[in-house]
Design a protein around this ligand. Structure first.
Ligand code: NOJ
Ligand code: CA
Length: 708
């Protein structure tokens, strides 16, 4: 890995200066390298730390206080004195082994404030700010000290005091699931408590809080997104909203067992609290600040994982064509445990071979098989400990035969480990299960955590589970295995440190279109996801449904986009693994591959660079990505329920070159509900000076492949 690094960290007060402050003391101040963003830090008259954030001299975060509450110890709140400060500048470029772009510039000015309590205990706390051109990150650092050792944090109180009643795209601060629809409201209208969702296998919303990333637009047209980076050995952060004072405060996910939020031993650093700031909506997507706030790669070479497209025995269970378990008692299409059905086991040898044939004939590298192993008959039951076995196939699935057939056809099998939210059962088997994978040449695993966490009292996003997900990444890395987690902890950019964390769910994915009682994801879902959930990292959304209404299986459900939008998602929604999720037979027309499948065959999965060409949160977005290795470009655009015309220019193409392009777009009568499968394919030549106007149908989209 090539890294150029210019680093100057010094105790000399350089980028930092003191400005006058009406609270009586001088504020410390640190600016972003381009001078647009500024953090000001100070202590109140009672000695409590607070900060402010400005963009072009306008406050975006007003005076916001910071403190901690502990079990059996006084709060760490006020009576502080600044005993030292240090500043520095970093400007380095690092490379992503796979990603949205190859080279990432990490450029910021930093300020570390060392605080000490003016009390007998003289407890110490450092607050570390990094100010980037695209936002601000800060964390608390508890240095080694005599009077603070093992602590149980009952509350971290980091305020984010907003400067207006912004427009917000939010999901509730659920401790167990991020699989909610986004709401678009004024900040003062956020009502997370009204969003309990009975479709979720696990869900707990204790108060009016939101999960992160949460994205906002100010009346001045500035875009803000709040999240966290490098969530390690700590609880996930939700943000409690005060709709009257337009204030948010960190609310860590709890644990009934721990009786607090996070148990840590000092020295300890919290995750970074992050505020991304953009003048265009697309700036948020192009920002790599969250990754830059994570540590460099700790696990070395990850070339055992190759970015790829994959098919799978998956969608057919979600639409109810087949089942995960042998007897057909667990039917996800109705989401009802214990319903007796006929045996329609999807993961059988013959079916796996059918998918392998399809993949090898159509340029798809991977195959996922869900329901191959024993345990599925009890997976939604209350007693889920010890249910799954990660080595024993069902009798109709000849594991060795499938593996040999896949090898012969050049298809790579992806392992599936549904844990049914029983992490201890998984941890017991992890070692042998990973050895079993490697012995069979399998390099990646999709994990799943459906249901309430066992033991009862722990939550998907609490410290205990954060540590479990971390353990999975570390154990997998030791065995050279890449992980795609479903029902995960949110991404906080740890793929920089652990690039075997390839993708994850952590949102309302495609599966909801198959069985959700509310009709699935509305057309505005993905134009919102691109500016919210996607800011945290790769998404295993599983696009590519061609049989949009699947009436043969579920009359009451459908995908609420056009077919052309399904193609666009391969570019718009970033993941180094992208599923072509529909059934092989749905990709065939009169015995031949569907003409639009050519785009899925062609589209890249690993990018040299990414450019957001246009977009507005919740409405539409157009992204161009250049493939690594080939230099080919792919453009995807999607819209919500409104039709629109996108004007495209191509100044990202090389000077003097003529490219051959194929445009896949909505047909003249396309509409996500009335006529979702109407599409048009057009071939043309493009240069850097070309411009195009493309019409997107309601719920529609377009995809372009541009080859040299
Ligand atoms: C939920 C996951 O999101 C989905 O992809 C998977 O098929 C089921 N759980 C079963 O593991
Ligand atoms: Ca899920």
């Amino acid at each position: 890995m090539k890294t150029t690094l210019i680093k100057s960290l010094s105790l000399v007060i350089l980028a930092i200066c003191y400005i006058s402050c009406n609270k009586g003391m001088d504020s410390l101040q640190v600016d972003s390298p381009d001078g647009t963003n500024r953090v000001e830090f100070n202590l109140s008259t009672s000695g409590q730390p607070y900060y402010m954030v400005k963009h072009n001299n306008n406050a975006v975060i007003d005076t916001s206080y910071m403190s901690f509450d502990f079990k059996d110890l006084p709060s760490l709140k006020d009576k502080f004195k600044i005993i030292n400060t240090s500043t520095g500048t970093v400007d380095e470029t690092w490379q992503m082994p796979w990603g949205e772009q190859l080279d990432v510039r990490n450029n910021y000015n930093e300020l570390i404030v060392n605080l000490e309590e003016q009390s007998e205990a003289k407890r110490k706390l450092n607050i570390h700010f990094k100010v980037f051109n695209d936002g601000v990150g800060f964390r608390y650092e508890f240095p080694k000290q005599d009077n603070l050792k093992d602590i149980l944090i009952t509350d971290e109180n980091t305020q984010f005091n907003l400067t207006g009643d912004h427009k917000v795209w939010w999901i509730p601060g659920d401790w167990d699931s991020y699989e909610h629809l986004y709401n678009e409201t004024k900040f003062s209208e956020i009502d997370a408590m009204a969003k309990n969702d009975d479709q979720l296998a696990a869900n707990y919303i204790p108060e009016n809080a939101v999960n992160t990333p949460v994205t906002m637009k100010t009346d001045d047209g500035l875009y803000l997104s709040f999240h966290e980076a490098n969530l390690t050995n700590y609880a996930g952060m939700t943000l409690k909203v005060d709709t009257k004072d337009l204030n948010m405060v960190s609310e860590l996910v709890g644990s009934d067992i721990l009786g607090g939020k996070a148990k840590v031993s000092i020295p300890f650093n919290t995750p970074w609290r992050t505020i991304q700031i953009g003048e265009k909506a697309g700036d948020l997507i192009e920002s790599r600040m969250i990754l830059n706030l994570n540590e460099p790669n700790k696990i070395g070479d990850v070339s055992y994982f190759t970015p790829m497209k994959y098919v799978g025995i998956w969608w057919e269970m979600h639409i109810g064509k087949s089942t995960w378990d042998l007897e057909g008692t667990q039917d996800m299409s109705t989401f009802i445990a214990g319903k007796k059905g006929s045996s329609r086991h999807g993961a059988n040898t013959e079916n796996a071979k059918k998918y392998i044939d399809f993949a090898s004939q159509n340029g798809i590298k991977g195959l996922l098989v869900e329901g191959w192993n024993t345990g599925w008959d009890k997976w939604i039951s209350n007693d889920r400990e010890g249910v799954f076995d990660f080595m024993t196939p069902y009798p109709d699935y000849n594991f060795d035969e499938v593996m040999a057939y896949a090898k012969e056809k050049g298809v790579e099998v992806i392992m599936h480990h549904e844990t049914s939210a029983a992490p201890l059962t998984y941890e017991k088997q992890m070692d042998v299960a990973y050895d079993f994978m490697k012995a069979n040449g399998i390099n990646s695993v999709k994990t799943g955590y459906v249901g309430k966490i066992i033991p009862k009292g722990e939550y998907h996003h609490g410290q205990w589970m954060v540590n479990h997900y971390q353990k999975v990444l570390e154990e997998a890395a030791k065995k050279k295995i890449a992980v795609n987690a479903h029902e995960p902890i949110k991404d906080t950019g740890k793929r920089r440190t652990y690039p075997n964390a390839i993708s994850r769910e952590g949102l309302r994915g495609q599966e909801f279109n198959a069985w959700a009682k509310d009709g699935g994801n509305p057309p505005s879902h993905l134009p919102t996801v691109a500016f919210t959930r996607m800011l945290s990292g790769p998404i295993d959304f599983t696009p590519g449904v061609f049989n949009i209404k699947f009436d043969d299986y579920k009359k009451g459900n459908q995908v609420n986009t056009t077919l052309a939008q399904q193609l666009a998602l391969y570019v718009v929604i970033y993941s180094p693994i992208q599923m072509a999720c529909d059934l092989p037979e749905h990709y065939m027309v009169n015995g031949k591959i569907h003409p639009a499948f050519q785009f899925i065959t062609d589209v890249g999965v690993d990018w040299q660079q990414t450019k957001v060409l246009d977009g507005e949160v919740g409405d539409y977005v157009t992204i161009a990505r250049q493939e690594r290795g080939t230099g080919n470009w792919f453009v995807g655009g999607i819209t919500d329920e409104n039709a629109r015309t996108e004007s495209l220019t191509f100044d990202f193409l090389d000077e003097g070159k003529t490219y051959s392009a194929i445009i896949y777009k909505d047909g003249p009568n396309a509409h996500w509900n009335d006529n979702p499968q109407d599409y048009t394919i057009e071939h043309l030549e493009l240069t850097r000076n070309s411009n195009l106007k493309i019409k997107l149908a309601p719920g529609g989209g377009f995809a372009i492949s541009i080859k040299q």
